[in-house]
Design a protein around this ligand. Structure first.
Ligand SMILES: NC(=O)c1ccc[n+]([C@@H]2O[C@H](COP(=O)([O-])OP(=O)(O)OC[C@H]3O[C@@H](n4cnc5c(N)ncnc54)[C@H](O)[C@@H]3O)[C@@H](O)[C@H]2O)c1
Length: 325
């Protein structure tokens, strides 16, 4: 049996990207680099210029990942009519605004016009597939394929089935994102915010509290994270880390030894800040001080270069054989 996987483009020749904003452009770049033709549907009048400029911006990161970037736009087209955009595609990845009624409306049109074999995925960060599919005739076909921004770079895709999503759709989504070079993770239950964003949210709440209390500045807090838990969690997640922290007896010993203290004295002491005017003013002032000497684009490019170096060190860069030739 051959271990060489066939390119994702052998099965997925054409994709519809619905919503060509931050996430849609990033998915489009990755799909194109993987040899999948992309049709973009977005009502913005300047959508073509926006997407082409966006592709130019992410091309260096795609190239760093070993993916081809010279002829990306060769497979790109635009279609303002949603029904026509999805009529002849193998996958629909929807990245429209995060509004339930709008997504419900978009998906009703998509299911009536996309081919029966097409994978139907939404990038939503917060809305359960169950809610979006309420108005659909074939709710078993819809699944959340939630990327972590930027999708062309960060490996994780959270796959979140709705109550009526079929097992076949779950498996199809899992296989598609894996073939695309991503690290898909299927959640066993729908929960608001899914997993990665719930974790970010829990930690960010404490970050805001610590800065608002004057314990550290934003820059100092960021340095603490990148030189400790950030670095560590890239190689061992929180549970593995505390399993190792428990010594030879592992996690059960950690819980008895330190976990109970954490529960009794640390959990009740965690902060519960709000974004009141004074807090927002403080956070804004410190962000200007810490990050104000570069544009967001420059800082993002710098972060992406470091991120790719880390992925390379961890052997997490995708297999570049599976590309647009
Ligand atoms: N930004 C993130 O970090 C992030 C991460 C993961 C998932 N998501 C999810 O991805 C989706 C898109 O987020 P974004 O950050 O790219 O937003 P965005 O505002 O950058 O892009 C949304 C795009 O949808 C277009 N649009 C508006 N109405 C439309 C319609 N009827 N049909 C098709 N397109 C329409 C807009 O013109 C815009 O270009 C959301 O569901 C969001 O939750 C965002």
């Amino acid at each position: 049996m051959s271990h060489i996987s066939e390119p994702v483009s052998a099965q997925y020749k054409r994709a519809a990207i619905i919503g060509g904003g931050v996430i849609g452009i990033s998915w489009a770049g990755l799909f194109l680099a993987r040899g999948i033709d992309v049709v973009i549907n977005d009502p913005r009048e300047d959508i073509e210029d926006l997407v082409l400029a966006g592709l130019d911006e992410i091309a260096p990161a795609l190239a760093e990942l070993g993916l081809p970037t010279e002829s990306l736009s060769a497979g790109l087209s635009f279609e303002a009519d949603l029904a026509k955009a999805v009529a002849d595609v193998d996958i629909v990845q929807e990245n429209g605004p995060e509004r339930l009624e709008l997504k419900q409306q978009i998906w009703q049109t998509i299911e009536q016009n996309a081919p029966a074999h097409a994978l139907l995925a939404t990038s939503t960060s917060t809305i359960p597939a169950t809610a979006i599919a309420e108005a659909m005739q074939q709710p078993e076909r819809l699944i959340v394929g939630h990327p972590f921004n930027p999708p062309h770079l960060v490996p994780l895709v959270e796959i979140v089935p709705g109550k009526q999503t079929s097992e076949a759709t779950v498996q199809q989504a899992n296989a598609f994102y894996a073939a695309l070079g991503k690290k898909p993770q299927v959640l066993h239950k729908e929960i608001p915010g899914f997993v990665a964003n719930r974790l970010q949210s829990a930690i960010f709440r404490e970050c805001v509290y610590l800065v608002a209390q004057g314990v550290v500045t934003e820059q100092e807090l960021d340095d603490i994270v990148t030189s400790s838990i950030g670095m560590r969690w890239a190689v061992a997640g929180p549970f593995r880390t505390f399993h190792l922290g428990g010594g030879p007896a592992g996690l059960p010993h950690f819980i008895e030894h330190l976990g109970r203290t954490m529960e009794a004295s640390m959990w009740p002491a965690l902060g519960n800040p709000t974004f009141d005017d004074a807090t927002v003013a403080l956070l804004t002032e410190q962000a200007d001080e810490a990050f104000g000497n570069g544009t967001v684009e420059e800082l993002a490019a710098e972060r992406d270069r470091a991120q790719i170096a880390l992925m390379r060190a961890l052997g997490e860069t995708p297999d570049a054989g599976n590309t647009r030739a």
